[in-house]
Design a protein around this ligand. Sequence first.
Ligand code: SAM
Length: 252
Amino acid sequence: MAIEGYNLHAWYYELSHASFTEDIDFYKTKLDPPPQTILELGCGSGRVLLPLAEQGHACWGLDNAREMLDLARKKIERLTGNLQVTLIQGDMANFNLGRTFDTIIIPHNTFMHLNSVEWRPCLRAVRRHLAPTGRLLIDLINPYQLLALEDQPTPQIEATFIDPRDQQEVVQSASYSLHEEGMAFHLNWLFEKKGEKTAEISAIYTVRLPHQLQLGLKQTGFQLIKMGGNYDGDDFVEASERLILEATRSDR
Ligand SMILES: C[S@@+](CC[C@H](N)C(=O)[O-])C[C@H]1O[C@@H](n2cnc3c(N)ncnc32)[C@H](O)[C@@H]1O
């Protein structure tokens, strides 16, 4: 499902996530030494993909938001070295790149953007694109943390940062609520300058519990080899910060 906010406000997404780098080292430690072939689904502006390409991996990124990909292209132009990056505009629930990859990653909650009709087709497509000994990594918000949240209907300030285009302060606020008996988390980000709204990103995150994800992986040809709870590699427990799935092909 296309999320219009990412297209309209790619710039604000990029600015608000510029300082979030914790997960990048996690992927670097999970990957075998370069050169590996990597596919990132929902690569956005290349926040994760480009540092991996800088390590010498051959990186492919797929995203359905043209403006996020345009930002990634601009960043690539500014990078030095002979980076191998291929960017494709497409739907992660329905793609065919005609090749396989050593590692496929779906970072930073992106898999939660897929609804109940889309998530299994996405996994099937991943399975077709994964090399026989390849690995899939999916990083999600811990669903139990989402279910424990009280609705926040009034936007609350989450962060402030400077827009380098005009040096003005941007105030980012968030409101959120759970719907569909707790299975859909609706998040709205509001960006304001001097009290005036300049952008808004609305997204729905589908909440899936560990056993549902495990079953979905099994039914689409994967074997779950680890459920991590953070970027340090600790196992998942109900109080974990993250839910990080690591899977291989079940026929390996
Ligand atoms: C939370 S952002 C993550 C971006 C990037 N992976 C990162 O970690 O910074 C989610 C990205 O997924 C993309 N996206 C959402 N649904 C998609 C779909 N069905 N197919 C392809 N991309 C999708 C959005 O356009 C957005 O760039």
